[in-house]
Design a protein. Structure first.
Length: 115
């Protein structure tokens, strides 16, 4: 099982993405993991918490501690942790990475230069 190290409130934790992570998310939120958009910060926090506890059930962190990020830097740690967990989820579900298509060159008026 692959894991990543994240930082929350300047403390290091390991995260994993397994079925235990998904079940932990559902236990925290009371909602199904499947169909979630994870656009709300509260959903990201719940997912990160579930991933931390899946890696170490005795981890020294609480949801309250994650929600009390007192600076933008600490808030960014939570956001980055969410990205790390989503990367692990992509690997778990074997979702291929999509490469962006190159943009067509345009002229000054924004019209395509392709004939």
């Amino acid at each position: 099982m692959k894991q990543k190290e994240i930082t929350i409130n300047d403390k290091k934790f390991n995260v994993v993405f397994t079925m235990k992570t998904m079940m932990g998310y559902e236990n925290i939120t009371g909602r199904s993991f499947f169909g979630e958009s994870f656009e709300k910060i509260s959903d990201k926090i719940a997912l990160v918490m579930a991933a931390i506890l899946a890696a170490d059930n005795d981890a020294d962190i609480t949801l309250e501690e994650m929600m009390n990020a007192e600076t933008v830097e600490k808030m960014n740690q939570v956001i980055e942790a969410g990205k790390a967990v989503m990367e692990l989820a992509g690997e778990f579900f074997k979702i291929p990475k999509v490469e962006p298509k190159p943009k067509e060159p345009t002229d000054e008026e924004g019209k395509s230069q392709k004939n």
